[in-house]
Design a binder for this molecule. Structure first.
Ligand code: NAD
Length: 293
């Protein structure tokens, strides 16, 4: 009989862990959310409450559905409750050493049949799996940002991932009403592998003086039907995140075509990280974002 996932532990209550907890709780699953930082947990629950409220305003869910979803979420700062869960989703900071330490601490607490997924955007699934006591039950489950809104989840097989584990998580994606695509374990998987070089190329076009910020974004929006221009999208994602993915691609593929644009590097060095710092390729200090070049 197929392994059915009913209870989920999420490690890391940051931006992604919060969105993932929201999605699962609304889909009827029990969620235990863990972070080392109490304040992050409080902020996470408050954000879930707020966004569920917005879904009520838009008449997408009822008040009763919101209350039931909130009641399915528990939180804490220790890993012990993971002994009760069927699936652990690791969504801590994108730092390989942090993730390896978390996996090492968590594995001895889990039931033998518990699956582990990581939401990493760039780190090798096979390498992380090798740090666990269950590489066959380990896979990548890469949610898009923001998780409650985006329909896609990339599922990534490590070299050792077994079919039953993979199928159980694929079925779970369906329960959430999202669509899974399968990727093999290569740097940045599918979406980031394609979107980040496009953003990097847009920054090169700006750097080389091909066109202005406005011209590049307008060209891509009207010329290709993209809802956002690549520089606008980079600001939304965070320029530090874009640079980290490009660097990983460059190193992971050992191919100069992925070289991060020096202008992207300069912006990150300046602390101009996009929307979250008030300035990136646009300045967000006024009523409307203003192009900076
Ligand atoms: P974030 O910085 O918002 O959150 C990370 C959280 O992990 C923080 O609250 C931190 O306190 C917590 N944490 C750190 N060490 C911990 C530990 N040892 N135990 C428990 N909690 C710990 O990061 P994020 O943007 O939510 O990203 C999380 C993961 O999701 C990363 O692997 C990232 O690559 C991936 N991801 C991010 C995006 C994105 O657009 N932000 C999209 C898809 C995937």
């Amino acid at each position: 009989m197929a392994f059915v996932i009913k209870k989920i532990g999420i490690i890391g209550a940051g931006h992604m862990g919060t969105g993932i907890a929201h999605v699962f709780a609304l889909a009827g699953l029990e969620v235990h959310l863990i972070d080392i930082d109490e304040a992050a947990l409080a902020k996470s629950v408050a954000n879930i409450d707020h966004y569920l409220g917005r879904q009520i305003d838009k008449e997408r869910i009822s008040v009763a559905e919101k209350e039931a979803a909130i009641a399915r979420i528990s939180t804490g700062t220790t890993y012990d409750p993971l002994g009760e869960v069927d699936l652990v989703i690791e969504a801590t900071t994108e730092d390989e050493e942090v993730k390896k330490a978390v996996l090492k601490a968590v594995c001895p607490l889990l039931k033998p049949e518990t699956l582990i997924a990581t939401n990493t955007s760039t780190i090798s699934i096979t390498r992380l799996a090798a740090r666990t006591d269950r590489p066959g039950k380990f896979l990548g489950m890469h949610f898009m940002n923001p998780a409650p809104k985006m329909a896609l989840v990339e599922l990534i097989r490590g070299i050792a991932t077994d079919e039953d584990a993979f199928n159980a998580v694929r079925d779970l994606v369906e329960v959430m009403g999202k669509t899974a695509v399968t990727s093999e374990d290569f740097s940045a998987f599918i979406v980031n592998r394609i979107i980040m070089p496009m953003i990097n190329e847009a920054v090169y076009a700006l750097y080389e003086g091909v066109a202005s910020v406005d011209a590049i974004d307008t060209a891509l929006k009207l010329g290709t039907g993209h809802p956002m221009g690549p520089l606008q999208l980079a600001d939304f994602m965070g320029l530090d995140h874009c640079l980290a993915v490009m660097t990983m691609l460059h190193e992971g593929m050992a191919d100069p075509k992925y070289r991060p644009c020096p202008l992207l590097v300069k912006y990150v060095e300046a602390g101009w990280l996009g929307r979250k710092t008030g300035r990136g390729f646009y300045d967000y200090s006024g009523d409307e974002p203003m192009a900076t070049r």
